[in-house]
Design a protein around this ligand. Structure first.
Ligand code: GLY
Ligand code: MN
Ligand code: MN
Length: 456
């Protein structure tokens, strides 16, 4: 499944073939290029301990953790590459230039492993790939570090990716379900560096939300205002970090009742709410995941506020249930109890018991957060869904009410309102710390914040 290293250069149909004279000329007259000065692996000092924890779980077995491969968008154009999260976590290498690379843990005696990075070597100036190969040629995509440079940055032995031989056989991080599960489970508790990185992601996301509120007048005037909002947030994400951690959800009016509305092609009506669910992913590849539901006029209508306040009360109950030793499901149950009671108080549900409230809430109230937005997704139920919370875990609490526009069980005035409030929290020794507290959450604080932003 690895890209072939000895394949012909990847060129495009409109590339002019070189003459033999040019080919010869291109091989001469190049000075040694200096190592890049901007190469950094901030997590390098942490990765040996992570690999040791993994090694201890698979004595005597070869483990293969690929960074992943480029995927074609069309013809000679690839999608932007992001390394697999397990690879990034174990190596500290997070750049797009990791495509095709792999970390191999070679059994080293009966217990330990030796880590070896299989990397694409630099483009030799003797062939034509360096100036013709659009996928890997260094004149197309930039200089790669020498294996020795990566070795000194990561502390991991490096070897060139085989030109003929594929990677050695072994348990694969994406193909072996037990290895995938263990890798997810090892990442459940974040270390202090990861929590700082997540805080950076949250802080940049806060700035992105502020950008969006400032941009509302232009977005409201645009026929596809949702797209304008997506663009404003994504600009911040790309400027401050690697990009967004997932596709931005900019959902106005009844679009907010679609949980993952990423078409973002609707207009904005000042009488509606805007649900913005967005997260900046840092260069270290950690992402935030925050939702705010904002009145596009700057003020909630009474019925919008009624829905908002119930979701907020549910979120408060969920957050209050977070503490080490609590079951993962407890915060969801606490939030849903508030929703079910609220719906019964409104007369929408006849009973507070049972699970009929799920017609209006649709999804669970939160998930682990880290390198992936839905982090540690391969962790087994015992460690995650049926497990207990531990200090250092980071998760979202995100109850919502999605009152579909065509739902005849609802009073007319409630139809078409969607509200989600989503925050990021780290479990501490005593309870949980709200990492996203720089963004207002109550209806009154949101109105005040939007007003201040409009004046500024
Ligand atoms: N943004 C996806 C989620 O909230 O889970
Ligand atoms: Mn989420
Ligand atoms: Mn979200």
């Amino acid at each position: 499944m690895h890209e072939s290293e000895n394949a012909a250069p990847r060129t495009a149909g409109h590339d002019l073939p070189p003459t033999p004279e040019l080919e010869t000329f291109m091989t001469r007259g190049w000075a040694a290029s200096p190592p890049p000065t901007d190469l950094r692996v901030p997590a390098a000092a942490l990765t040996a301990a992570r690999r040791a924890r993994l090694s201890a779980r698979f004595p005597g077995e070869r483990l293969v953790v690929p960074a992943g491969v480029l995927s074609v968008r069309s013809n000679d154009c690839d999608h932007r590459f992001r390394p697999h999260s397990a690879y990034a976590w174990l190596t500290g290498l997070t750049g797009a230039d990791q495509a095709g690379h792999a970390l191999v843990l070679e059994p080293d005696g009966p217990h330990g492993h030796e880590a070896v990075l299989h990397l694409r070597p630099r483009s030799p100036r003797t062939g034509s790939g360096f100036y013709r190969d659009r996928r890997h040629g260094e004149f197309w995509v930039g200089r790669r570090p020498e294996p020795a440079e990566v070795e000194s940055l990561t502390g991991i032995r490096c070897t060139p990716l085989g030109t003929e031989a594929p990677l050695p056989p072994g348990r694969g991080a994406t193909t072996d379900s037990e290895l995938a599960a263990v890798l997810s489970e090892l990442r459940l508790v974040k270390d202090a560096w990861e929590i700082d990185e997540l805080q950076r992601a949250v802080d940049h996301t806060t700035t992105g939300f502020e950008d969006v509120v400032r941009a509302l007048p232009r977005a409201l005037a645009h026929p596809r205002g949702e797209r304008w909002i997506e663009g404003v947030f994504d600009l911040r994400a790309r400027a401050e970090g690697n990009g967004t951690g997932y596709e931005t959800i900019a959902a106005a009016g009844a679009h907010a009742c679609v949980l993952h509305w990423t078409r973002n092609d609707g207009p904005l009506d000042p009488r509606d709410l805007l649900l913005l669910d967005a997260g900046v992913e840092t260069d270290g590849l950690y992402t935030a995941d925050i939702t705010r539901t904002l009145p596009l006029s700057g003020r909630f209508s009474p019925v919008q506020r009624q829905v908002y306040d119930l979701v907020l009360a549910a979120q408060e109950a969920g957050i209050a249930a977070l503490k080490p030793g609590a079951r993962f499901r407890d915060f969801h149950r606490a939030a849903m109890r508030v929703i079910a009671e609220g719906l019964a108080d409104w007369g929408v549900l006849k009973s507070r018991e049972g699970d009929l409230h799920r017609r209006y809430t649709l999804c669970s109230s939160g998930h682990m957060l880290g390198l992936d937005v839905h982090d540690c997704a391969q962790a087994r139920a015992k460690a995650y869904l049926d497990g207990v919370l531990e200090e250092g875990q980071v998760l979202t609490v995100e109850p919502g009410l999605y009152l579909q526009p065509d739902d005849e069980t609802l009073p007319r005035e409630l139809r078409g309102i969607g509200v989600r409030i989503e925050d990021d929290l780290v479990i501490t020794a005593e309870g949980a710390r709200l990492m996203s507290d720089a963004l207002p959450r109550t209806a009154a604080a949101i109105e005040e914040w939007m007003g201040a932003m409009a004046e500024g």
